[in-house]
Design a binder for this molecule. Sequence first.
Ligand code: ATP
Length: 487
Amino acid sequence: MKGPVLDAVRRGLAPGVVALFDAVLAEAERLDVALYLVGGPVRDLLLGRGLRDLDLIVDPREDMPLAAEGLARAAAPEGAQVVSHDRFGTVRIEAADGALDVATVRRESYARPGALPTVELGTLDDDLRRRDFTVNALAVPISTAARRGRPALIDPEGGRADVGSGVLRIFHAASFHDDPTRALRAARLGERLGFRLSRGSRTALRDAVGAGAFSAVSGDRWRREFEKLFDDARNGLDPAAALRRLAEWHVLGALEPGLGLPSAAIPALRRLGRSLAVPPFPSARLRPWAAGLAVWLAEVDATSRRRTLRRLAVRGELAQRIVEFPRLRDRCLRTLATARGRGAVDALLGGLDDERLLGIYVYAPPAGRRRLLRWALEDRTRRPPVSGADLIAAGLTGPVVGAALARIRLAWLDGAVHTRDEAIALAREIGARLGRRNAKRPRTAAKRVAAEPATVKLKKASLPAPEPSSILPPASPPTRALHPERQ
Ligand code: ATP
């Protein structure tokens, strides 16, 4: 199996990772240590699926207890960093064009259910048996020392047969008690691979739920598993289907009483999954899990939403945004349906982060999605013909500059202002009105003036097919006047 496995491994990986893999293998041969490919990649090779990453483990010789770290340091190319994750020699080699994880074989035990495991050096067998499911307890010896006296596939728990029959099976009845987060792993992996949870494992899960094992796990650990669940959507996982498994297994209710998967959230979560796999608009910074929680919990009642966020240790501004997302979504959907201009859509969506924007997109009906997309793909990055500096140079000062810029942007996106001169004329009009207003309360005055009708005469719109503006009366060529936004 050696040749074809190595070929398949190399075929499935980015060139930078292959180079690191070859360097680690060469070093293992030089030091004559046993190096194995283990876990997910072996399972995926058996299934003929592409590899997402490589998990390598080292079974150290007596004279080199922290083999993974020594190996990684010796193999790392110049300029690469070797980051040590724990004292048991889990290390990551980070090079410019790829990264690779190498670990030393370990044993894990649980002081109490739900606690983080106690870790110590172990054997290859220990390392395989500490894992969540039999299909992940598979190893392929890679180096000569690993192959000596070993079969081509090391499979202590019947993982290969379970891969063949599409089953996730835990090793022992207390597995979900020891680590209830394995339930989320089961939903995620099961959905990703199209595998079902074995009957015995479902019974064990039911027992763990019934025994209250889920309350012993910290919010941070739960949240990290939800992060992985929504991250996997980037590789094609349907988050709605994974959450549905958790709901069927009563895991959601065990996490937070009353929490479920409302049917109204399912189509939006499906669309979110597809949008994470193939983004409909570019996003500079998007946390799939933050968008995922906003979309899912939008259909959960407000009290459960707050409690669930607390349970998952989501705090601060992000928690507040998710709590308030349903109201924002409803307002945006209404405005997207009724807004008469591109400027109004810009004013609505302009201040939103990509996570909420995607959340609104997945809940919007087709026409709303089209409008949101047009804004995200076209209008979002367009810049009007004047900047704040231009307005200051034109004599505007203080808060009126911001108010005028906002008004100019709105009119410009609606096709009512085209040129720099028109924009500056509009700004001056706003400035003049402000001057006539209460000088003692400039901010309030600036806001009010920005929303009032302008009388600057503007040329007929020449932008390609502009929509009628919500701040303009119907076009009356060849000139027209600006009017306040009416919503
Ligand atoms: P893959 O299995 O494809 O690597 P993954 O993204 O779930 O997917 P990780 O979360 O990085 O992988 O886990 C790597 C391996 O570590 C898994 O194959 C699993 O065997 C083991 N593992 C991870 N978390 C647990 C856990 N809570 N209990 C037991 N084993 C675990």
